[in-house]
Design a protein around this ligand. Structure first.
Ligand SMILES: Cc1cc2nc3c(=O)[nH]c(=O)nc-3n(C[C@H](O)[C@H](O)[C@H](O)COP(=O)(O)OP(=O)(O)OC[C@H]3O[C@@H](n4cnc5c(N)ncnc54)[C@H](O)[C@@H]3O)c2cc1C
Length: 442
């Protein structure tokens, strides 16, 4: 059974022209289109499958500032403000609530790392509280065990991955934008070196501004235009259990053994943080050197996966013909097979740590590819040599929470407004300066 997802009805007619076209209906693309529509632009959002059906509905739903990189923290903080307002603005609830995130640990070095981050966070006006062993035991009472310490990030929260991107897409339409599903963009047309339109499987749209928010497909899409975007995806397995007597479990709890998140339907999402599989693909091989440091750091939690990543085609290095179906039309929804052993182990860990979950029936297991850049910070911005072409992808394991902020930044940049954060942090060109695993194709 796949991850649950709200279904929405969208348009069917491909408009002849638009002020801006957003490619990809995940949390980033829907947010970008939403804030562009709210800025008064005539925007078209194109999704090859269903809105939210890839990473954006397959995640835990955490919206966090906790432990974020200094470059991403302002975006996380802004996003929380935006999440707060969405339900009232759109008239549909994305399930966001500021329930706080609880982290518990038995490792002195892990707790030290969190304390260091807390010291930095305070300088940025972010509230997060270190927990003493007594406080950790009290917040983690459902585990029935002692802890060395922990963190409670009280301003952070969770939203419902099954609803968030669809609700934002409803918001796009409410503010006058057009949303199309089952409409893959095959490529971008250039005139005199700048964007002049997009070629979809259902016809052309003339436009001078394109935003590629294609998640795990972004790099292969950029490759069609000779743009090198270093991107790699890992496959993560996750499961949900149904409602039942769960005891006093915090709504969002992280431990090194397992993390659990309360779902909107009363059930729980279970996963092991950082555990993933790396499926070999042409793109992974192409950018292997750039990703070595990141994968080396994660080595204990990463294992080599299967050739299914090759088969899906999202990390192909082929050049597509624009008058023929592309891999995106063959894989309307990137729905990788979960790893059964990981799912069983995750369930066993959860039941051991939280005996209150033992009776909750297993509901569903699924997997998702998490796309990342070599430094774990997204690419958001224009590409210097192609005016009108913007990328917003590579969000690692944090794109759901910061999606609204990323979308707002895209809209502010595209419409020439003042931006709430310095966009220089997110430029693609930063990878051309990497000393290790330099990426040369720019
Ligand atoms: C198991 C798991 C747990 C996670 N947990 C969290 C978490 O707790 N908190 C958090 O913040 N983040 C989390 N993440 C990461 C988060 O889900 C992603 O960073 C985020 O959803 C990325 O959003 P996106 O819009 O960039 O990509 P996606 O959601 O993948 O959307 C991209 C969309 O673009 C479409 N598309 C691509 N190419 C084309 C094309 N040419 N034409 C038309 N459509 C196209 C695709 O069909 C897809 O729908 C997790 C991810 C996973 C898989």
């Amino acid at each position: 059974m796949p991850a649950p997802l709200m279904t929405i009805a969208t348009g069917t007619d491909v408009p002849a022209r638009a002020d801006a076209v957003v490619i990809g209906g995940g949390i980033v693309g829907t947010s970008a289109a939403y804030y562009l529509a709210r800025s008064g632009l005539n925007v078209v959002l194109l999704e090859k499958g269903r809105i939210g059906a890839e990473q954006s509905s397959r995640n835990w739903g955490w919206c966090r500032q906790q432990n974020r990189d200094a470059r991403e923290l302002p975006m996380a903080t802004k996003s929380l403000e935006l999440w707060d307002r969405l339900a009232a603005e759109i008239g549909e609830d994305a399930g966001f609530r500021r329930c706080g995130l609880t982290y518990l640990s038995d490792s002195g070095s892990e707790i030290e790392g969190w304390a260091k981050w807390r010291d930095f966070a305070i300088t940025q006006g972010v509230r997060t509280f270190m927990l003493s062993p007594q406080e950790a035991a009290e917040r983690g009472r459902a585990t029935g065990k002692a802890w060395k310490g922990g963190v409670f990030s009280q301003d952070d929260g969770i939203a419902d991955p099954a609803r968030a991107a669809p609700v934002l897409a409803l918001g796009v339409m409410k503010y006058g934008g057009v949303v199309l599903q089952e409409c893959a963009v095959r490529g971008v047309e250039l005139s005199a070196g700048r964007v002049s339109g997009v070629v979809t499987e259902k016809g052309m749209i003339a436009t001078s501004q394109v935003v590629v928010a294609g998640g795990a497909w972004a790099s292969s899409f950029c490759h069609q235009l000779g743009i090198g975007m270093p991107q790699a995806s890992t496959r993560s397995t996750i499961l949900s259990i149904g409602p039942g007597a769960a005891g006093d479990i915090p709504p969002a709890l992280h431990t090194k053994d397992v993390s659990v998140t309360a779902r909107g339907d009363g059930g729980w999402t279970l996963a092991v943080s950082g555990r993933a599989q790396l499926d070999p693909t042409p793109q992974n091989i192409r950018y292997a050197k750039a990703f070595l440091p990141m994968f080396a750091r994660r080595w204990g939690n990463l294992s080599v996966g299967s050739l299914q990543g090759w088969g899906w085609g999202h990390e192909s290095r082929r050049i597509w013909k624009l008058d023929r179906p592309t891999p995106m039309e063959r894989a309307r929804i990137l729905d990788p097979r979960p790893n059964r052993a990981v799912a069983e182990d995750t369930l066993a860990r959860a039941r051991k740590l939280l005996p209150g979950l033992s009776a909750n029936p297993m509901q569903a297991t699924w997997a998702g590819y998490i796309d990342s850049t070599p430094d774990g910070v997204p690419v958001i911005g224009t590409v210097d040599h192609i005016p009108g072409f913007m990328i917003a992808a590579g969000f690692s394991g944090h794109g759901f929470g910061i999606g609204p902020g990323a979308g707002l930044l895209v809209a502010q940049m595209l419409t020439g407004q003042a931006t709430f954060v310095d966009p220089a942090h997110y430029k693609l060109e930063r990878f051309s300066k990497m000393s290790w695993g330099k990426v040369s194709e720019f």
